[in-house]
Write a new protein. Structure first.
Length: 413
């Protein structure tokens, strides 16, 4: 790949040769270390590629072999520039475009929130906007650790947050406390620690030092597999300590407490056939309506469908376009029957099970009961599971360097 790029930048030729003994020509090129590639035989003739610099070196060989060369095609940047050198406006526009793309790459133009069930992406985006984290902010002003801490402090039932910049996008991933924390891969030397109170069912260590065994009860934050390996001498003493990325297959027995409730009395929306649709574009945060519908509905629902232009999956541009649909509805009071309420509660619980399964959680026992009391449907209980309830914790240098020095000094004394 690098060689192909180099050839394109410097320019190369497709040459056709005709005459007697083309094989001798190829041998002479090889003896003189003149690189040619993509050699194709056409009857008694040959066609191949070579750099512009090497083409000049071939002249003595052409004369010696009495072959007739013909340049069929010119490739690469030098020929492209030469072809369009009179079109100064084209290159000026290209340079301006490159500068604009570079400038736009310094900003965040799209924020996406993934995960969570209780808190919608809109709620998290609103919170971020109130803290001056919104589209148009410079990437150098993004502090991922600070964003994660602010979200955790604002939402007590969000137990895990990740803020990551990819291209011109800021991706926020959240997990609520009643959902498992996803395992994040690491390359820095790290321990494997428990993310919750659990019982170890199975542990198979590939690297690192196991600190627990099947049947052990662990607390949140306990080290399950240490990323520090002790190197022993012939007498059983500690010679040195080496930090590694701990690696293991761990299955823990744990549980999740589930609770959900909703009233049987509720209000439903009945949409009429009346609706209005508007169109808009947004450039650098400024919204411009191409058509803004007028309506006089007393009750209505607004549906916004917005798209952001992007060059790649991570390089988004500060330009959006979309539609706004306003739909009229009327409200009507209704009441779930007991069977309907039980079915709704069952579906909610199943969706919760599905989310657990997505995070590699195996349900071993379901102790959730659903009852209807005081006109309210209540689902409550404990779900016993088996899961990889662990995460990485980066090893502090003091955990192995300082201790190693102390032991070394002690041995000298």
């Amino acid at each position: 790949m690098l060689r192909r790029l180099k050839h394109w930048l410097l320019g190369y030729l497709t040459v056709h040769i005709s005459g007697r003994s083309p094989e001798r020509f190829i041998n002479l090129c090889s003896n003189r270390r003149i690189y040619i590639w993509n050699i194709i035989r056409e009857n008694e003739n040959y066609k191949f590629n070579l750099t512009v610099k090497n083409y000049k070196k071939l002249m003595p060989i052409f004369r010696k072999t009495k072959l007739i060369p013909k340049i069929e095609k010119k490739h690469g940047l030098p020929f492209f520039i030469n072809r369009y050198k009179k079109r100064k406006g084209f290159f000026l526009g290209l340079i301006i475009c490159i500068i604009l793309v570079y400038i736009m790459s310094l900003y965040i133009w799209d924020i996406e929130v993934l995960g969570g069930s209780k808190y919608t992406p809109e709620a998290i985006l609103k919170f971020l906007s109130e803290n001056n984290i919104k589209a148009g902010i410079k990437k150098k002003n993004i502090d991922g650790s600070k964003i994660e801490e602010e979200i955790r402090l604002a939402y007590e039932d969000i137990g895990w947050v990740s803020a990551e910049v990819k291209g011109t996008r800021l991706i926020i991933r959240i997990r609520e406390t009643n959902m498992p924390t996803p395992v994040i891969r690491t390359t820095a030397p790290s321990h494997i620690v428990a993310t919750k109170d659990a019982v170890i069912k199975e542990i198979i260590t590939r690297s690192g030092t196991p600190m627990v065994k099947p049947g052990d009860v662990v607390r949140k934050g306990d080290i399950l597999v240490s990323g520090i390996i002790e190197v022993m001498d012939d007498f059983g003493g500690i010679l040195s300590k080496k930090p590694v990325v701990a690696s293991a297959d761990i299955v823990c027995k744990s549980f999740y407490d589930y609770y959900d409730s909703f009233p049987l009395d509720h209000t439903i929306r009945i949409f009429t056939n009346k609706q209005k649709k508007g169109y808009y574009i947004t450039l650098l945060g400024k919204k411009l309506f191409l058509y803004h519908p007028r309506y006089s509905y007393s009750m209505y629902d607004i549906i916004v469908n917005e798209n952001t232009l992007h060059i790649t999956n991570t390089f988004y541009l500060p330009f959006q376009y979309g539609t706004i649909t306003v739909r009229e509805y009327i409200e009507q009071k209704d009441k779930y029957s007991e069977n309907e309420a039980l079915e709704i509660a069952k579906n909610k619980l199943q969706r919760y099970f599905d989310k657990l399964s997505e995070n590699k959680v195996t349900i071993t026992k379901n102790n959730v009961d659903t009852t209807i009391k005081n006109n309210t449907c209540i689902s409550k209980g404990r779900i016993l599971v088996e899961e990889p309830a662990w995460e990485y914790k980066t090893i502090d240098e003091s955990e192995w360097r300082i201790e190693q020095t102390d032991e070394y000094n002690g041995n000298n004394n």
